[in-house]
Design a protein around this ligand. Structure first.
Ligand code: SAM
Length: 245
């Protein structure tokens, strides 16, 4: 199914994505709650539980497509203030909201914000103990390139975690979910954010993203080892894991 986005030339996709998140940055967090019935919080908590950031100083994490800081703040809190997290996002508006939230939570010393592209990370090799990306990779035009960059910046023994919408594998529920996403989500976007189009694009990008096993293969092709995944909420979201060994 297409809402026109698939006709957009490869090179223009990033510009479309950027427009979407500039438009929604201020309402991004409330929209997340509305569109997922608050479930994105449960999935993000589960991602951090799987990561289990160590409660010792010196551990560094890179959260790519980190937006308004949801994953970074959780990681710092789970490490009892020991972890240092770099939030990287291509979109300055999302990072502005993230910086304000970090200040409000008193976490500014533990988190820094970098405006850059997941395809070209502005860090040296082997700089981080963990790399996370939540609901971000499907927006990146060249996913294999982003995965290779992820591996490059990880230390040997480093962990890769990717949380993303995925393929629902439950009969009946898959139909309900499809109806919800293609009909209700753009309407909620229209009502709350004043524009349904960005949400139409988001739903379409979910439908086009590779299913769990295919994405696991891509992660392996980037050089990660021991690649696994687990489904959340019947596959509405999936957490993929890999190691740089
Ligand atoms: N990780 C956050 C969360 O889970 O709440 C934000 C997810 S939001 C759906 C997707 C984010 O990906 C946006 O902030 C967007 O700007 C960012 N993004 C899109 N393309 C990117 C790219 N090529 N490099 C880095 N970030 C990108």
């Amino acid at each position: 199914r297409s809402f026109g986005f698939s006709q957009v030339a490869e090179g223009e996709k990033q510009a479309r994505v950027d427009d979407v998140f500039h438009t929604v940055a201020r309402r991004y967090d409330v929209m997340n709650d509305l569109m997922s019935f608050g479930l994105h919080r449960v999935w993000k908590d589960a991602m951090i539980a799987a990561l289990a950031p160590p409660k010792r100083p010196g551990w560094r994490m890179l959260d790519v497509a980190g937006g308004t800081g949801d994953i970074a703040f959780r990681a710092v809190e789970a490490s009892r203030g020991n972890a240092h997290v770099t939030v990287l996002d291509i979109n300055g508006s999302m990072l502005d909201v993230g910086r304000e939230r970090a200040d409000a939570r008193g976490l500014s010393d533990h988190v820094d914000f970098v405006e850059a592209n997941a395809e070209e990370l502005p860090f040296g090799d082997a700089a981080f103990d963990a790399y996370s990306i939540a609901f971000g990779i499907r927006n990146v035009p060249d996913i294999p390139k982003a995965l290779r960059e992820a591996r490059r910046v990880l230390k040997p023994g480093g962990r890769f975690l990717c949380l993303e919408f995925s393929e629902v594998d439950m009969p009946v529920f898959d139909r309900v979910y499809e109806a919800w996403s293609f009909n209700a989500i753009p309407r909620i976007g229209q009502t709350v954010a004043g524009d349904g189009e960005p949400y139409r694009y988001l739903v379409e990008s979910i439908a086009k993203f590779p299913r769990q096993a295919d994405f696991a293969t891509m992660i392996g092709e980037a050089g990660f080892k021991r690649v696994t995944w687990r489904n959340y909420s019947g596959g509405v979201a999936a957490l993929h894991s890999g190691w740089k060994l």
